[in-house]
Design a binder for this molecule. Structure first.
Ligand SMILES: [Zn+2]
Length: 527
């Protein structure tokens, strides 16, 4: 048994508002109360930890990230460089240290921050890669940059057609430039050497402390079946100490139906989540689907799934017990998804099916008329606060005049929409205190754009932001009676903070790092 006492405990239950101690038995919190009461009841046989007034919060859940991609990106070149040349320099350095023929992988470039916003080319990489194949994914994960050897290994040449939903960028002569967009990325990523499930499970095992250090005790994963396989090995070996909701790509629906699997299958450490669909691309590469063209362009982006496409998967999905999680960035994509989900809700009602926790991922631009529809349809908004501060200048440039409808977190809350927060890591850092800071201040950590933040009317309170990292993701998983709150009977997923974030100046929220992290009743991390 563990007792935490002399603590400032954040519990939303009025009955326990003055509790300064809590007792943990096994995986769960069994009691909260004053120090004296908890210590005299349980103190004899417990490991009692004096927190000297530190703050206890529920552990935080990142509701959207990519475990395998994150693990991979932490090991590959960080291409988030201020110039294209700096990125090439990093490739050159890596090329000198790797055994001949091995792939050089990198992630994080963004041509929008480079001079003249120009993409790199295959031949620029050829000059520095010393015979290694090179594959560098963009920060948005909606574009990739390969060298000539990598393109050749993938069989991409001037005659290759664009794959459905993708584009091989070509020069005036028709030769591929090295830039691959959307589904064309997979032409190369599919031939990358793959790790065995055992190796992958070791990688994910090694990733857990990285999350505990920043206060994350649970994640909703958006990678594929390889990630699920590796997580099962971790779970079976008793090494899974991160609570996982595992979403799966929609293309696996037929197999899932054949196997009789449904959303929710698993246990309270690892269970199946929703099926993931894509309605459009992303803002950076201008592939998000728009109701009106991008500023200074006649492009409307790309709608990857029509309403009919979504229903074709969505109806059999809900009939077999699968909730949906649909990527939508542009206002046309969000509108299309809401139209499809309206039909799906009607189908659920008509056929007396359960109302499943359907969600939209990103919800970046919402036509004003659509802002109330998520709540009306009981659809969850899964949003990433760090996208606000990372993308605000691109939004101003590409969505000029529409920026007031971008990342409208407070408007969504005004309509009583359920918000969950994530990072889309490795797109952004999964550090949830960076996310809390961005949601509450709408400012970057350097203080830009100004004291009020970008579109300050959409700043939200710390209480609402914390809910989006705790009880809201727990509720969408159906765990509202056992996770996301500090109360008797709830899982002891807890973080201990050196300061009380509610008394800190909001601009300093990003600097918080936990002193301790407890997952499923076990102290897994101590600073
Ligand atoms: Zn994602």
């Amino acid at each position: 048994m563990i007792i935490l006492y002399n603590a400032n405990i954040y519990t939303k239950i009025p009955e326990f508002s003055s509790a300064s101690a809590l007792a943990i038995q096994g995986e769960r919190i069994i009691s909260l109360g004053p120090d004296k009461q908890i210590l005299s009841l349980y103190g004899k046989h417990a490991n009692a930890i004096d927190l000297h007034g530190m703050t206890v919060w529920p552990g935080l859940t990142d509701a959207h990230l990519h475990l395998v991609n994150l693990s991979r990106s932490l090991k590959s070149i960080d291409c988030e460089t201020p110039t294209l040349q700096a990125c090439l320099d990093k490739v050159a350095e890596k090329a000198r240290t790797l055994p001949p023929g091995e792939w050089i992988e990198g992630h994080g470039w963004n041509q929008n921050v480079w001079k003249d916003c120009v993409y790199g080319t295959a031949s620029q990489l050829d000059h520095v890669s010393e015979g290694h194949p090179v594959f560098l994914t963009a920060k948005s994960l909606h574009a990739a940059w390969a060298n000539t050897i990598a393109l050749a290994l993938a069989g991409i040449n001037a005659q290759s057609p664009d794959p459905p939903g993708g584009h091989i960028q070509r020069d005036a002569a028709g030769t591929p430039t090295g830039i691959l967009l959307e589904s064309a990325i997979a032409l190369v990523s599919n031939i990358l050497p793959t790790a065995s499930p055992e190796k992958l499970s070791q990688d994910l095992h090694d990733l857990q402390p990285y999350f505990w250090r920043m206060g994350i005790t649970g994640v909703h994963d958006f990678d594929g079946a390889d990630s699920l396989n590796a997580l099962q090995i971790l779970s079976q070996n008793g090494h899974l100490q991160l609570r996982i909701r595992k979403n799966l790509p929609a293309k696996l629906l037929p197999q899932a139906i054949d196997l009789g699997l449904r959303s929710g299958f698993g246990d309270d450490m690892l269970h199946l989540g929703s099926l993931k669909l894509f309605a459009d691309g992303a803002l950076g590469p201008q592939s998000a689907a728009m109701l009106a063209p991008y500023q200074g362009s006649d492009s409307f982006g790309t709608l990857l799934s029509s309403k009919a496409d979504i229903l074709k998967i969505g109806i059999p999905a809900v009939e077999s017990g699968w909730s949906l999680t649909i990527h939508a960035i542009g206002d046309l994509a969000n509108q299309t998804v809401l139209d499809a989900l309206a039909d799906i809700r009607a189908h659920e009602s008509k056929n007396q099916l359960a109302q499943l926790p359907h969600r939209i991922e990103h919800v970046q631009l919402l036509d004003p008329a659509d802002q109330k529809r998520l709540a009306a349809l009981n659809v969850i908004a899964s949003v990433q606060p760090l996208h606000v501060t990372s993308d605000m200048h691109i939004v101003d440039r590409y969505w000029d005049g529409r920026a007031a409808n971008a990342y409208v977190f407070q408007s969504l809350l005004n309509h009583h929409t359920r918000l969950v927060f994530g990072s889309d890591a490795p797109v952004e850092s999964p550090n949830p205190f960076w996310g809390l800071h961005a949601a509450v201040t709408r400012r970057r950590q350097d203080g830009t754009p100004d004291i009020n933040g970008w579109h300050p009317e959409q700043r939200i309170t710390l209480t609402d932001a914390l809910d989006a990292y705790t009880c809201n993701p727990a509720a969408l998983a159906g765990f509202e009676n056992r996770l996301g709150l500090i109360a008797p009977g709830f899982y002891a997923d807890l973080i201990i903070l050196p300061v009380n974030p509610f008394t800190l100046l909001p601009q300093n929220l990003f600097s918080i790092l936990p002193e301790m992290t407890i997952v499923n009743g076990k102290l897994v991390y101590q600073k």
